[in-house]
Design a protein around this ligand. Structure first.
Ligand code: ADP
Ligand code: MG
Length: 275
């Protein structure tokens, strides 16, 4: 039987930062799994040709199985590309290395920035949240993700130069809002790989907070070996080590995201009632 949705339509969140290795994939997978644990119907879209979210969930693509490339380039319907994961309530659309070619193949395509949006819009009523794990660039794939999204979630690794590149990212979000997706919001910044014992981590936390204020999620993700190990076992941290510090931190993040989604749903409800 189909599960009753929490919301009438999914909110789409793009997890983006053009820097590699900042925790985008770990955040996408762990947040998606934690939201599903809370009872939401969640779709995770692996949108990085490296396919780390897919392999991290033990679901490497195989020939004959539709992937996000087919959805994007050949307009294969989302439901044909969706696979269930080990976490109840969490579905995945896998990525394969083909996706690297999509950026070039789409260059001359009509309305190339809207391809992912078109595809996901048709699946919005099936889910409460759709999470897109973006590649480490601001190219056409990330533009597609941000055009499809309602909000952008930005992981920031707690290290030197943490804020470097965020100016370009925010300008990109502003451009997409002006030209392609007027409703795009900067949902929030997630501090990742925090080492509470170091002064550096605390300095980064303070600096990020002074820049972005309450846009910074209160949940902070610690640097832990368990989070780095989970993908090798093909499981989200919430299943791999449910009581670990990493799992607890991502659950707190999921709680904050749900608060924002609830608020969004209430606002929309009120707008509809007021006509
Ligand atoms: P991105 O998708 O931005 O490239 P990843 O999520 O793949 O970043 O993280 C980069 C690497 O750091 C991966 O090997 C991942 O397992 C590891 N990692 C991510 N978050 C943590 C964390 N909180 N603690 C320890 N290792 C982490
Ligand atoms: Mg990644």
């Amino acid at each position: 039987a189909e599960r009753e949705g929490r919301y009438t339509a999914a909110t789409v969140l793009a997890v983006a930062n053009q820097k590699g290795g900042v925790g985008k994939t770990t955040t996408s997978v762990s947040l998606a799994a934690s939201l599903a644990e809370l009872g939401l119907r969640v779709l995770l879209v692996d949108f990085d040709p490296q396919g780390n979210a897919s392999s991290g969930l033990g679901l490497r693509a195989h020939p004959g199985q539709a992937s996000v490339y087919d959805v994007l380039v050949d307009a294969v319907p989302v439901e044909q590309a969706v696979v269930p994961t080990s976490q109840p309530g969490l579905d995945l659309i896998r990525a394969t290395i083909d996706l690297a070619g999509a950026e070039v193949e789409l260059v001359s395509a009509f309305s190339r920035e809207h391809k992912l949006r078109r595809a996901l819009d048709a699946a919005r009523d099936q889910y409460d949240a759709i999470i897109i794990d973006c590649p480490p660039s601001l190219g056409l794939l990330t533009v597609n993700a941000m055009t499809a999204a309602d909000g952008v979630v930005v992981p920031i690794q707690c290290e030197y130069f943490a804020l470097e590149g965020l100016g370009a990212l925010r300008r990109n979000v502003d451009l997409i809002r002006e030209q392609l997706n007027p409703n795009l919001e900067m949902t929030g910044f997630v501090l990742t790989m925090l080492d509470a014992r170091t002064r550096l981590s605390q300095q980064v936390v303070d600096e990020v907070r002074s820049h972005f204020g309450d846009r910074v999620f209160k949940a902070r993700i610690p640097r832990t070996v368990r989070l780095a190990e989970a993908p090798g076992f093909g499981q989200p941290i919430t299943q791999f080590d449910p009581s670990s510090r990493g799992a607890m931190a991502y659950r707190r993040l999921a709680q904050e995201v749900v608060e924002r989604l609830d608020r969004r749903a209430n606002d929309q409800q009120r707008d509809t009632e007021q006509g």
